[in-house]
Design a protein around this ligand. Structure first.
Ligand SMILES: [Zn+2]
Length: 65
């Protein structure tokens, strides 16, 4: 499996899982799971961009450095 981003892979697996499984979806008004995500790294940190597994609404999370 290719690492999607070095910065992302540096985060402990448990933390990553937690982030992906506990993200707020504004559409559902609840915490949900992010699917089909991509990770981008920029100056401010990591940007996790994916979809809510329930409503497929786009979810973006920024993890600041
Ligand atoms: Zn949703």
């Amino acid at each position: 499996m290719e690492p999607i981003s070095i910065g992302w892979m540096k985060i402990p697996k448990k933390m990553r899982q937690k982030l992906l499984n506990n993200s707020f979806c504004a559409d559902c008004g609840d915490f949900t799971k992010i699917i089909d995500y991509t990770i981008e790294e920029d100056y401010f940190g990591l940007i996790v961009q994916g979809k809510c597994h329930q409503c497929r609404q786009e979810i973006v999370r920024v993890l600041e450095r």
